[in-house]
Design a protein around this ligand. Sequence first.
Ligand code: HEC
Length: 454
Amino acid sequence: MDFLDNLVIPATTQHLNLLKVILVLSMLIFLPFFGMIFGGTAFSMIFNAYGRKNKNKLFIRFAKDIIDKLAINRFVGVGLGVIPLLAITFCYAQLMFEVKVISVSLLFVATLFMALAVNFVYSFQNTFQIELLIETFKNITGLDKHELETKIPEDISDYEFDLKNTNSNSGLYGFVLLLLTAIFFAGGTSIALFSDRYQDFQNIAQMFLSGATLLNFLFIVVLSITVTGSAILFFFFSWQGGLYDMDAEYSNFVKKIGGNIAFTGAAILPIFLFLSFIMMPNVSLSGSVFMYTGLAFVSILILCNFLYAVIKNSDMKYIGAAFYLLILSCGFIIMKNQAAFGTASYKHLAEINLKAEELEKEKKGKTVNTAGVNGEEIFTRICSACHKFDVKLVGPPYNQTIPTFNGDVKKLSAWIQNPTKVFPDYPAMPNPGLKPKEADAVAQYLIEKVSGKK
Ligand code: HEC
């Protein structure tokens, strides 16, 4: 996306390192939360639809609790979902400065989808609460079913009807948008690794031809399932003492479903970790990629153990540990991806760095420290005897000569300190005998004056 390229300037080595740290931190916030909101919306939507179809109160309650606990609230959605993804996009835009490939555009589109998704997800969450509110008020009235149907004003029952539609629609839209976010995010980050094949990825449609994108998308799906299952167990049973109003039936139901979701995800995850490792292009492989993949592998296996204990003995003791271990695994996976990206973009980053240094040098050449010396005063006292800006005096007019120095203060100052013969139709200029700082000051004054800055 060209406008993104216009927003960023090449970064120096220190800046690049800082960017990498910001990138890893943003990923560490984004990925687990995305897993929670993506999987949470999906499971909540499924249990909601099934529960409503079969009039199963337990399922509907589960659907409501999942989206309540996992998506938390709108501020969290923006803070842990949209903003980190935006930060990730800008980091990539910086790190892939002037690279002609679709990665950054894909991430940018992913961010837009995410921002839209958040809106639908929280209105989905909201409808459950309003429904519950209406339900509670109905119960308070003490009216029976028939009375309720006849006595409730029409606009309220209309509203209730709309609410049901909003509920199922916004859940679905939110889910589809999150799905798109996942696809574009997977595309942007995987294609960035193929630094030897960037010319193959020039328009968005080409993303779908990339096997790595598809695999990484599936990886995100499986990771989201694992995160969601673990988060259900964690937020229902461990975090701040868990949900307080669960009866035994509901609690067993949640344990069983949450445990199975988490364990299934965690058991499949190593396979995808392995496959995505195999799919990595050679240009991105390095020792640290191997190391982090290994660490992720081990921590996921331990996670499987914990989760197995949970479903086997319905032992909730390890739930906190399992959840934190999962976050740690996410950390290793992210480090692996970033190490791979670092290797793949190594050459390009060196180029950016060179450019940045040149830019810096150029800037330095044009600015000098002239504190305490007045360039204008020197000009009036010494130079104006022989120079004017617009007409020839003893020396040539500045408006003609100064622009040939291209704004380079250092170069002009050097010439003033040691004038050499230039024009055949002028005599040589006597050395005005200025100190370096004075020469700098008058040079800067003349350059600014001629370019119209003063
Ligand atoms: C005694 C007269 C005299 C004074 C004083 C003088 N100049 Fe010059 N200046 C000249 C002449 C003559 C030339 C043409 C030199 C040549 O063609 O070799 C010239 C040329 C220049 C040029 C053109 C150089 C180029 O390469 O195009 C600059 C810039 C310049 N002077 C700056 C200054 C500044 C700044 C001062 C005051 C610190 C100054 N001059 C003082 C006579 C003077």
